[in-house]
Design a protein around this ligand. Structure first.
Ligand SMILES: Nc1ncnc2c1ncn2[C@@H]1O[C@H](COP(=O)(O)OP(=O)(O)OP(=O)(O)O)[C@@H](O)[C@H]1O
Length: 951
């Protein structure tokens, strides 16, 4: 510090400013050293040897005491300034980055150098300190006041030293400015480095490949769009290919160049492995997209961290700039103060004579000096406190600097790690890009090869098509000619068609007329044939006899076989002859047909069925079963359940014939059942079987007969017939007390009306089939009947004889036919007259006990057989007006069937809507009633007009 150490006499020594100039050469380093040493020692300790030496010197002279005090104050001031400068330098240094550390070290070296200089100065001052001195600092009390008396040594070097101290300060200031400028330079370098880092980060970002990958994707997408446009321009309608191509095109940007040509053959590629390639490429692109997204996320994370680091660096840079600015201000202030101090020191040095005076003043005003000293000490303590605070601040700033350095090192490590990671990612990306590029090239090559092959195939196809076109051109010309010809024909076609239609219409109308004429002729012939058939059939029937008489001999039962003998024999060569032994006298009867006992129901009906056919043709037919009681009338007419008789078989035959004629004919069959008992006519199908019915003439003046209240029911099937038969039997049983007796004494009539309409000819027919189970013909004398039985027998005989009379009158062609003699003949008037057919089935018992009745019955039959009904009498045709207008009608009319006076049940038949509900009586009370009839009689029948419905 002190450049020279010496003892000097105040009286002979140089003035204080000169001394100050020579002896005191303080810089920041020396002050710092002083301040650091003063921490452990008080002001008067050995840590201030210079002060001690000065005060020692001052004690030797009273004049130099003031100067020493002044120097001490100035030194304190300088020390304070130096310490402040040092502390502020340290605080600024703490804000520097790790890059400033070397400069700090440099600064520290500089300070150390200064300290070294101060130490050298102290060594130069040490002889003065080592010499015994009487001077003592006032604060020390016992310090020596003796000042060495060697003015030569004291004054000689002082001017030199006094001039060197400001220069040293200036050099230090220059060093500091240089240091500051170097620091600024380093800061600038740091800025540049920071910019380089930013650029490096940007470059690394770009090297990470995210943007390149995006660009690559954009390129691929644009290529895809271009491919699609080219495909659409090719005009190939490829819905399926359009679905798969967009994805495939992503990885085929270069292949798209050759695809437009290959697109011609794309239809063949729709179902080829391209689809699989496209699928795999699509999956690959999706995988790449995912990887790119992951890398983008990583890149975003790195960017975020980088931004954080940049923010921290910017903050530290800002703090550094502020510290530099404050340092400059402090340096400027310090420089100003130093200048002031130098000026003051120079002024002091320039006034040497005042030293003695000051010494004196110090001696005189020792009390004031003491006060000033105490004040200086107080100020010294305050400064020490400030120094402590500054040191603490310095320590904190050093901690912050270390923390910042650690953070900076961590940041550098992280940046290095990030850089390494980015390099790895970049290398991975590059490798993947390389792989992708290779794969792309491979796919492009494959696609190119495929496209080439397909192009080749297309060219071949095209060549084939051209060849075909060349060969087809003549055919095309021919076809064009044909087309033109056809076009002309088509143009002419409407006229031709119209003409052809007109001609066809004319021809058709002619043909229709011809066909109509032919039809008319055919119809005429058909009618004629039909009439001829009817005529011949009728002629056949007539040849057989309009009144035919059959005889059927019932078999002998086992019981009768033992009791009585058989008196009836047959001619094996003639089935129309029956021989009867009457009291040993043989009688022979010749009839139309004789059925022996063994004749079946079917055989009997086979002989009858021609009459049934006549009924369908429009003739009236009467079939009578005549004979004594128990001779088998009911058996032949009704039959038994398993072996039906003529009634049911006739109706079945009617249905069969009708069904055969169904295409041309519509038939309607109605059935009525009546009973004549004691000349009383009853309706067996009505609501009230006991009601008596009358036979009346139609009020229309036609002379027809009808029976008001007689129920007429339409039947359509055999089941209907069975139901009606059951109903009739039930009603018949209801009307009497003893059915067996009653049935033997009454006539049972089944009237079947058959009306037909020929839909082709319009011909109408109406025939009536009367199936009559007559009452038993018995001799009154034999039976010995009386009372009611006598009356019954009389009625029966009367009606039977009336029947014989009617037939006889008809045979004799008498003008008066006694139809009204009995209810039976009156009722059957229409069916017996005219061209009607009558069959009398005479039932005969073969027993000897019945011989008399058998002979009577056979005589009656033989008489009836001789009757010939007039063919012309009362004959009327039933043809309608249209058929009668036929050209051949006149000739045919003679052969037409007779008019059928359908007159029987009208009033009741048309009004039958009531429900017929009858309950069967005890089956045991019904004699000769078949089980089926009894069973059917239990059912309820509902007759509504012309329908039979099972309720
Ligand atoms: N051809 C035949 N074959 C078998 N049995 C017969 C034949 N003819 C009649 N019979 C039987 O004779 C008996 C009397 O017959 P059926 O009742 O038909 O006589 P009928 O003349 O109707 O008597 P009635 O006048 O009292 O009604 C019946 O038991 C019947 O079964």
């Amino acid at each position: 510090m002190f450049t020279a150490r010496r003892s000097w006499n105040p009286g002979q020594s140089a003035c204080l400013p000169e001394l100050w100039k020579k002896e005191i050469s303080l810089d920041a380093s020396s002050v710092n050293l002083l301040m650091s040493s003063s921490k452990d020692r008080p002001f008067q300790s050995s840590a201030f040897p210079s002060c001690h030496s000065v005060t020692s010197d001052l004690t030797s002279s009273s004049e130099t005491g003031d100067q020493q005090l002044l120097i001490q104050a100035l030194q304190d001031k300088v020390c304070r300034f130096q310490a402040r400068l040092h502390s502020e330098d340290a605080s600024r240094t703490l804000h520097l980055q790790h890059t400033c550390q070397s400069q700090e070290q440099h600064l520290h070296d500089a300070l150390t150098g200064a300290h070294h200089q101060q130490a050298t100065a102290q060594e130069r001052e040490s002889p003065c300190e080592a010499e015994p001195s009487d001077f003592r600092h006032p604060c020390l009390g016992s310090c020596s006041t003796q000042v060495p008396q060697s003015p030569e040594r004291e004054t000689a070097p002082l001017p030199v030293e006094g001039h060197s101290t400001p220069g040293r300060l200036r050099s230090q200031e220059k060093d500091q400015e240089t240091l500051i400028s170097s620091l600024c330079k380093q800061v600038e370098d740091l800025k540049v480095k920071l910019l380089d880092q930013s650029r490096e980060v940007v470059r690394l970002r770009s090297e990470l490949g995210a943007t390149d990958l995006e660009k690559h994707l954009e390129i691929l997408v644009s290529e895809n769009e271009r491919l699609k446009q080219e495909l659409s321009a090719c005009g190939v309608s490829l819905p399926d290919a359009a679905v798969s191509l967009p994805d495939a095109a992503v990885s085929l940007p270069d292949a798209a160049v050759s695809l437009p040509d290959a697109a011609v053959s794309l239809p063949a590629c729709i179902s080829c492995p391209h689809l699989q390639d496209a699928e795999s490429l699509r999956a690959e692109v999706a995988r790449r997209d995912q990887e790119a997204q992951q890398r983008e996320r990583r890149l975003a994370e790195l960017e975020r961290r980088l931004q954080e680091r940049e923010t921290q660096v910017a903050q530290q840079q800002h703090q550094l700039e502020e510290a530099l600015r404050a340092r400059k201000e402090v340096q400027w202030t310090l420089g100003v103060q130093l200048k002031e101090c130098q000026q003051a020191l120079s002024k002091q040095a320039a006034q040497p004579p005042q030293i003695r005076y000051v010494t004196k003043t110090v001696e005189v005003e020792s009390a004031q000096a003491k006060a000033a000293l105490s004040e200086a000490q107080a100020r010294n303590r305050a400064l020490q406190e400030q120094l402590l605070a500054q040191r603490r601040l310095l320590y904190e700033l050093e901690q912050q600097l270390q923390e910042s350095q650690r953070t900076g090192s961590q940041l550098r490590i992280q940046i290095l790690a990030y850089e390494g990671e980015m390099e790895r990612a970049q290398s991975q990306l590059e490798a993947e890009l390389q792989t992708l590029e290779e794969e792309k090239n491979r796919i492009i090559e494959e696609a190119f090869i495929r496209a080439e092959s397909e192009m080749k195939a297309v060219h071949e196809n095209l060549a084939g098509v051209r060849m075909k076109l060349l060969t087809l051109q003549p055919a095309l010309r021919t076809l064009t000619c044909d087309y033109n010809c056809l076009k002309r024909q088509v143009l002419d076609f409407p006229l031709m068609l119209k003409k052809a239609i007109a001609e066809a219409k004319t021809e058709i109308s002619q043909v229709i007329e011809e066909v109509n004429a032919a039809n008319q002729e055919l119809l005429r012939r058909y009618k004629r044939e039909m009439n001829l058939r009817k005529k011949y059939h009728n002629e056949l029937v007539r040849l057989k006899g309009n009144i035919r008489v059959f005889c059927r001999v019932r078999p002998v039962s086992q019981a009768e076989l033992n009791e009585d003998k058989n008196v009836v024999t047959f001619d094996p060569n003639d089935d129309a002859v029956l021989q009867l032994s009457n009291k040993g006298k043989p009688l022979m009867f010749e009839l139309d047909k004789v059925f022996p006992p063994e004749a079946t129901q079917e055989e009997v009906f086979r002989e009858v069925q021609s009459l049934i056919t006549s009924c369908i043709d429009g003739y009236n037919v009467c079939i009578f079963a005549y004979g004594q009681t128990g001779s088998g009338k009911t058996y032949s007419m009704e039959g038994v359940e398993n072996n039906p008789g003529i009634n049911q078989r006739a109706l079945r035959l009617l249905f069969s014939e009708i069904s055969e004629k169904a295409p041309d004919w519509r038939f309607n069959i109605t059935v009525s059942m009546a009973e004549i008992y004691n000349e009383i006519l009853r309706n067996l199908l009505g609501d009230d079987p006991s009601e008596k019915l009358d036979i009346k003439i139609c009020p229309d003046g036609s002379g027809q007969l009808y029976v008001p209240g007689l129920t007429e029911i339409t039947v359509q099937s055999v089941e209907d017939i069975n139901k009606i038969f059951g109903l009739g039997h039930v009603n018949r049983a209801t009307a009497c007390t003893n059915l067996n007796e009653h049935s033997s004494r009454s006539h049972a009539l089944l009237v079947v009306t058959v009306t037909g309409f020929n839909t082709t000819t319009g011909h109408r027919t109406a025939g009536k089939l009367n199936l009559v189970d007559l009452a038993g013909s018995e001799r009154i004398a034999k039976s010995g009947a009386e009372g009611s039985r006598l009356r019954e027998a009389q009625c029966i005989n009367k009606s039977l004889s009336a029947l014989g009379d009617v037939i006889h009158a008809l045979r004799a062609k008498q003008p008066h036919i006694p139809f009204r003699n009995s209810r039976l003949t009156y009722l059957l008037q229409d069916s017996l007259s005219g061209d009607s057919k009558t069959l009398m089935l005479v039932q005969v018992s073969p027993l000897d006990s019945n011989t008399c009745e058998s002979v009577c019955s056979l005589k009656f039959a033989q008489r009836v057989r001789t009757v010939e009904l007039s063919a012309a009498a009362g004959r009327k045709h039933t043809e309608n007006s249209s058929t009668s207008s036929s050209p051949t009608n006149d000739s045919l009319e003679l052969d037409s069937p007779p008019m059928t006076p359908v007159s029987l049940p009208l009033s009741r038949a048309s009004s039958v809507s009531s429900i017929i509900s009858m309950t069967a009586r005890k089956p045991g009370s019904m004699r000769r009633r078949s089980p089926s009839q009894q069973a059917s009689g239990k059912s309820k029948l509902i007759a509504r007009d012309d329908r039979v419905v099972d309720a």
